[in-house]
Design a protein around this ligand. Structure first.
Ligand SMILES: C[S@@+](CC[C@H](N)C(=O)[O-])C[C@H]1O[C@@H](n2cnc3c(N)ncnc32)[C@H](O)[C@@H]1O
Length: 199
């Protein structure tokens, strides 16, 4: 069998993220995932949270990386992936579902795209939508660890647009989009799982 696209980081963090999502998404019906990468999260969460319909998405140029693992999934609650770039608004799909998830994407996409993500959810997500974002964040303008500082230096070398985001600035975008903070969970390897609920 051909090997599926694989991310070691995804493999390491999918278990701890699942434990948070079990509680956070307990009463949700459908999740829109943004920047699904290899599909390891999508297939793991769909497999372990069968009450959810999981909708993976990726930017058009990376859709071919996502598709094979989604095709290999045997259950019925992982929907076929489609192209979604947060900066190409309005996003495809008639309706934003009652939950939105993204992992390790805010520090990759340009800040303008992070702004687009929240603007779209502000305009189109319904009341009570839950938004969960996993990744590294800075607090009070400070790195939370030396390893995050090194990672940010590495990101800067990869792209002038990529950087670990300040949680306060992300929170301000969320507030402007009508979201209220729900939880901020410390995760392994100096990551966080932030969640908001649309008022
Ligand atoms: C480091 S990868 C993380 C992938 C996966 N979520 C994970 O945790 O392994 C960052 C992802 O963000 C996606 N991304 C970057 N810019 C984006 C945009 N404007 N809209 C949607 N996704 C974007 C990339 O295509 C990439 O898959």
């Amino acid at each position: 069998m051909e090997r599926l696209p694989f991310s070691q980081a995804c493999e390491n963090n999918k278990g701890p993220i699942l434990e948070v999502l079990r509680e956070l998404f307990v009463d949700r019906l459908r999740v829109l995932e943004i920047g699904s990468g290899t599909g390891q999260h999508a297939s793991w969460f769909a497999g372990h949270l069968p009450h959810l319909q999981w909708q993976p998405t990726e930017v058009q140029q990376h859709l071919a990386v996502l598709k094979p693992r989604c095709d290999a999934f045997s259950g019925a609650n992982l929907l076929p992936p489609y192209a979604l770039d947060v900066s190409q608004r309005p996003w495809p799909g008639a309706k934003i579902p009652d939950a939105v998830f993204t992992a390790n994407s805010l520090h990759i996409m340009p800040w303008a795209s992070v702004q687009d993500l929240f603007a779209e959810l502000g305009e189109r997500a319904g009341a009570d939508t839950l938004l969960a974002i996993y990744g590294p964040f800075n607090y009070g303008g400070q790195y939370t660890s030396d390893s995050n500082a090194r990672f940010d230096g590495w990101l800067a070398q990869q792209s002038p647009y990529s950087a670990i985001r300040d949680v306060e600035k992300v929170d301000a975008l969320a507030a402007a989009a009508g979201f209220v903070p729900r939880s901020d969970v410390e995760m392994p390897a100096n990551n966080r799982l932030l969640a908001w609920r649309k008022a």
